[in-house]
Design a protein around this ligand. Structure first.
Ligand SMILES: [Ca+2]
Length: 157
């Protein structure tokens, strides 16, 4: 059973609880408001990492299975260690912190078995981005129109 898997708790670190085995790991180098999700995105039953890069893209890092089950956290700690040996672009455009202050990955919300993304844009609108096994497409769907409520939040989730 996977639990909600990210929490930004300080300026430079993200703690992830990856699975019911309660494994957590600090990942340095991610900026404030960088966010990540650790769910199986690729569909191989091993948790992957989706995070926002310093350049304002969403990136996908595929996990490798651990001996005895779950994900090998070493494979999520660095791109070179991951399945495939490199991160791939998951969301290419319009994912800067300025454009999208908050991003949250969630378990599948639209019943296609792929984890999804919720995003709060700078105008306060909330968008739903159906997840993809490889990369997001389009601009998602606006679920809440522009408003001041979400624009003034400091976190979602
Ligand atoms: Ca996977």
């Amino acid at each position: 059973m996977y639990v909600r898997a990210w929490r930004v708790y300080s300026r430079f670190a993200v703690t992830m609880t990856v699975s019911a085995s309660s494994v957590s790991r600090v990942m340095p180098g991610l900026s404030r408001r960088a966010s990540s999700q650790a769910y199986d995105v690729s569909g191989d039953a091993v948790a992957d990492l989706v995070y926002r890069s310093e350049s304002g893209k969403l990136m996908l890092r595929k996990g490798k299975p651990a001996t005895g089950g779950g994900v090998d956290l070493v494979s999520l700690a660095a791109a070179a260690n991951s399945l495939g040996g490199a991160d791939t672009t998951y969301g290419a455009a319009n994912w800067t912190v300025a454009s999208v202050p908050f991003v949250m990955g969630t378990p599948d919300a639209d019943n296609d078995s792929v984890p999804d993304i919720w995003a709060v844009r700078s105008d306060g609108s909330v968008r739903f981005h159906p997840g993809s096994r490889t990369a997001l497409s389009g601009d998602g769907g606006e679920m809440v129109g522009p408003n001041s409520h979400w624009r003034s939040r400091i976190a979602i989730g």
